[in-house]
Ligand binder design. Structure first.
Ligand SMILES: *Cc1c(COP(=O)(O)O)cnc(C)c1O
Length: 970
């Protein structure tokens, strides 16, 4: 072949990203199309997607760019962010991410591409890291029980209010008290939540809380001004009136301070950001939440608990799941699904890395520096608002405020300036002597030297009074060996690796979790996340310093508006469930604006995800369930009947499209029309956007508002259970009701009007620092690539459905017998005839090196498989081979050839301990147990524990690190 055979443009195209993102190459696509009986991707789309919802116009997100082009462009945008040193505080502090954690956790697909640990036998690594997070929380807060983890401090506070309402014995009270020294964004978010629940908020001095008739109270420790108050008597007084007391606390300060638990608090919560997680212009970070053992059933979010496996060895899994939305739906404690696992893990590793001594040293240095600066400023004639502090000083500056702020900005420094006549500053782990000097000069306005050594000597000699003597921590923390064993980098590196090796993530094999869209999280998409230009910004930095962020988010918003067919978008919600909540608020406020505030019924099909009803409950809507017919479609007659029954009270319907049954319902437009006819709004749950992008859109279908799961469709990795981003798109009539933010006003996209609404997240743009991932994805795929990805997602699902259907019935199909981007296979007939359960199949898949598909959602006894476009035909074939091989095994149980108990399905997953057991007594051989097909041997994944006993774990709930003896016993 001649060297000149290719055209130059063909040669240039060889750098394209599209074929890296989409698993199957052209010849694989052709052979899969042939296998399912379609002539082309277009033909398949025609066969699958109803005609009346197909987009007539192409996407307008531009041409695909190569990795090099997209990265270099985004870098030029990122450079428009100005990296001032921020001393703004208010719950966000600069921190030093230990490099061993940065590279081996945050930048490591072994950690960031895993899913929520629903299959605990192949997730013991992140479960252990999360258990450590709970132990850190328990130790530092002084509480009995902790969860892991929540979305941010402000939403954790809102969850605490919910817990207080559930647990308070003052059941008639309808008011929640918030101390006036709580961070303003927390007040904002809790007020929004209270408004939706119909609670009253009383803001006042903490000392006055007990004089009100309240079901609970929120205090802050240290207060937002920096002050440290002994809360013991305040808490006791509120509790004497049957109120529940939540304390928002700062994790690092608790290394030095008496814990809120020791002061009697019922709930302690806060952000774990400053434990090594970059500020990232607002997130993502993990919030911690701790409470009394008595309240464990009321705890929001996931709890990791210790149980045991079939060998009797300790093993971890998510505990008390029956509290959660996926089981309890509108009766759940909260709607939390995706939370912040990756960031909770980073924070827990930070504690493991530094250990109690290291953390105490860090906290003490921050505190000493604050003492020195305070002494210098006072000597220079400044008065402080607070006479106690850990790291935060509020300085009275009177009329000099503007001048000092100007000097600070000139020196590249951001101070807190939201209180009249006062400037605030919070020091952190990164503060140096030189920084103290600069800060001092900014305030004094002259080149006066801050005599650090002299002030320091005085403090050493006279002692520090800035923490009241009664509030100095006496109790020991982090005594567990896990926090005292890995202080050398070698040990730390190996600890991280040893945990990573226990977890199955996307860097091992396909994770075909239906509804979760576990697609490629490309390295080029991840790289910008850890650029300092995105990582180092404080969320409340002046907007002029965040122009790079603004441009990136504006461009991304514009693309997402085009993709969804909506008119405006809010980036604030930091998970899908949070997006649902923000979306229902827009609906509620819209109705109110038209004197229709009485509308309070939300129609939800029986197939809905648990977050939908759980969210409806958060805006005080009544859930009415709409039936599905035998084909899995929403029963339109039932919908019409129920809409008519509630008539004037219909607020909205929440519909997932394509449905969680994995089909494009033909009647979707009619469904939307019916809801509109009765004056309701249509919320389309966008979790399944991966089946829509470029082919149709929620706006086109008839939706009024939707959330997107950027961590599903748009490539943000799941992080082992978070982070995520759940921006919402709305039609123009809902735009005025999108969330705003009290600290940083959010400009309205679209109509330019100022929003009066409260916030739903602590940060104005949610977890802004992971938005570059979705940005890069769209930029590198372009209009054509995105559309092709959707078509291949449909192809892959139909291919899997086709290859499995001879042995596993596919439960629901749409037009032309096609499934959408996922399919449900029904295991109930096999269970009936063989006794082998969906659980057995899920665990046996682990032996074959696969994560199980989504189990028993939305239909009990089934598996929902979503391969995504990123999986190649080779990987799909490997999965199909495993499923067919498992079917053959089930047949052996069914026929009696294998014993009902003594068989590899019942005993799955198999561990090395099983295979090496010198006392192997099973009727099948070890080879079959561990290497059931040849492909497994080439890339064996060993589950680290045997099947885990959930019931035992819930009966013997332990959510702290088990003593080492537990492990020695075996
Ligand atoms: C994932 C999912 C959600 C919830 O999204 P999170 O980001 O996990 O909060 C809601 N609905 C459906 C159908 C989903 O698949």
């Amino acid at each position: 072949m001649s060297l000149a055979n290719f055209s130059l443009s063909q040669l240039e195209q060889s750098q394209d990203f599209i074929r890296r993102h989409i698993g199957p190459g052209e010849s694989e696509i052709a052979s899969m199309l042939a296998a399912i009986g379609a002539t082309s991707l277009d033909d398949l789309v025609q066969q699958t997607v109803p005609e009346n919802i197909r987009s007539k116009s192409a996407l307008k997100v531009g041409e695909a760019q190569t990795e090099v082009q997209a990265l270099s462009y985004l870098k030029s945008v990122a450079k428009k962010n100005k990296l001032n040193k921020s001393y703004i505080g208010m719950g966000y502090y600069d921190t030093l991410t230990p490099n061993v954690i940065l590279r081996n956790v945050l930048e490591n697909p072994g950690w960031y591409t895993a899913y929520t640990p629903y299959q605990p036998e192949i997730a013991q690594g992140r479960l252990e890291a999360l258990l450590n997070f709970q132990q850190v929380t328990i130790d530092l807060t002084g509480m009995e029980l902790a969860s892991a983890s929540l979305l941010d401090e402000a939403t954790a506070a809102a969850e605490a209010m919910g817990l207080a309402k559930r647990m308070s014995k003052n059941s008639k009270a309808n008011a929640f008290f918030i101390a006036d020294d709580v961070h303003p964004q927390t007040l904002d978010v809790v007020t929004t939540r209270a408004d939706m629940f119909g609670f009253d908020i009383i803001v006042g001095k903490a000392q006055d809380a007990a004089s009100h008739n309240i079901f609970g109270a929120l205090l802050q420790y240290p207060g937002t001004s920096g002050v440290i108050t002994d809360l013991t008597d305040i808490i006791a007084a509120i509790q004497a009136n049957k109120g529940i007391v939540a304390v928002a606390a700062d994790l690092l300060s608790l290394m030095l301070l008496k814990s809120p638990g020791e002061m009697g608090a019922d709930v302690v919560l806060g952000s774990a950001q400053r434990f090594g997680v970059p500020m990232g212009y607002g997130g993502p970070h993990a919030a911690f939440f701790a409470t009394r053992d008595d309240y464990k059933r009321s705890l929001p979010g996931r709890i990791i608990g210790v149980s045991k496996d079939t060998r009797g060895r300790p093993a971890l899994r998510m505990a008390l799941q029956t509290r959660e939305q996926h089981i309890r739906r509108e009766k759940a404690n909260s709607n939390i699904c995706t939370a912040q696992v990756l960031l909770a893990n980073m924070a827990s590793f930070y504690a493991v890395y530094h250990g109690p001594q290291g953390l105490k040293t860090i906290a003490s240095r921050v505190h000493r520096f604050a003492d020195i600066l305070a002494a210098g400023l006072q000597k220079a004639g400044f008065e402080l608002v607070n006479n106690t502090w850990f790291d935060t000083l509020s300085i009275k500056v009177g009329k000099n405020k503007a001048g000092i702020v100007e000097q600070a900005l000139a020196a590249g420094i951001n101070l807190r300036s939201d209180v009249e006549g006062v400037l605030g500053l919070s020091l952190d782990e990164t503060t140096t002597r030189a920084d103290l000097q600069t800060l001092f000069s900014v305030f004094t306005g002259a080149n006066v030297e801050l005599d650090i050594n002299a002030f320091d000597s005085a403090i050493v000699k006279n002692g520090s009074q800035s923490i009241p003597a009664a509030l100095v921590r006496e109790s020991k923390v982090l005594t567990h060996p896990v926090f005292n064993s890995y202080q050398s980098e070698t040990e730390m590196l190996r600890y991280i690796k040893s945990l990573e090796d226990k977890d199955l993530a996307l860097n091992h094999s396909m994770i075909s979790l239906g509804s979760c869209t576990m697609k490629l999280n490309a390295t080029a998409e991840m790289i910008p996340v850890t650029w300092p230009e995105f990582g180092k910004l404080h969320p409340f930095a002046p907007i002029e310093q965040a122009q790079g962020y603004k441009q990136m988010m504006d461009e991304l918003s514009e693309w997402l508006i085009d993709i969804t067919g909506y008119d405006a978008l809010s980036m604030q919600p930091n998970s899908g469930a949070q997006g649902e909540y923000a979306g229902l608020i827009t609906i509620q406020k819209y109705h109110q604006s038209r004197d229709q505030g009485h509308r309070n019924v939300c129609l939800i099909p029986s197939s809905a995800h648990g977050t939908n009803p759980a969210t409806a409950q958060m805006v005080s809507y009544k859930v009415v369930v709409v039936n599905c017919d035998k084909n899995g479609n929403i029963d339109v007659a039932d919908l019409r009947k129920k809409a008519a029954e509630v008539a004037d009270n219909l607020a909205c319907a929440m519909i997932t499209y394509p449905s969680t049954h994995g089909v494009y319902e033909e009647t979707i437009k009619e469904i939307c029309d019916i809801v509109h006819e009765f004056g309701g709004q249509v919320y389309i749950d966008g979790a399944n956007m991966n089946a829509q992008v470029g082919l149709t859109s929620p706006g086109l279908i008839g939706g009024d508002v939707s959330h997107l799961n950027l961590h599903k469709t748009f490539c943000i990795p799941h992080g082992g259970g978070g982070p995520g981003m759940g921006p919402i798109g709305v039609k123009s009539h809902l735009a005025p009701f999108l969330p705003n933010h009290k600290v940083i006003g959010v400009e309205n996209v679209g109509d330019g009007s100022v929003r009066t609404n409260g916030a739903v997240s602590a940060a104005p743009w949610g977890s802004a620092s992971i938005l570059p991932i979705s940005y890069m994805y769209i930029k590198m795929m372009g209009s054509e690539g995105l559309k092709k990805a959707t078509a291949v997602a449909i192809l892959n699902a139909n291919y899997v459905a086709k290859q499995l259907s001879a042995h596993y019935p596919v439960l629901y199909r749409g037009r032309n017998e096609r499934v959408a981007h996922e399919c449900i296979i029904d295991l109930r007939p096999l269970k009936e005839s063989s006794g082998v359960s969906e659980m057995d199949v899920a665990k046996r898949l682990n032996d074959y090196g696969f994560h199980a598909p989504t189990m028993s959602f939305p239909v009990a006894g089934t598996l929902m498989i979503e391969p995504t476009e990123s999986e190649s035909k080779a990987e799909l074939d490997r999965f199909i081979e495993a499923m067919l091989s498992i079917h053959a095994e089930i047949v052996k149980v069914e026929s009696g050839e294998w014993d009902a108990i003594d068989n590899p399905l019942h005993n799955a997953p198999h561990t090395l301990a099983d295979i090496c057991d010198s006392n192997w007594t099973r009727s099948y051989d070890r080879q079959l147990a561990a290497y059931p097909v040849a492909a497994v041997a080439r890339n064996k994944f060993w589950p680290s524990v045997n099947r885990i006993d959930d019931v035992w774990g819930d009966r013997n709930l332990n959510c702290a690190c088990p003593s080492i003896d537990t492990y020695r016993e075996e």
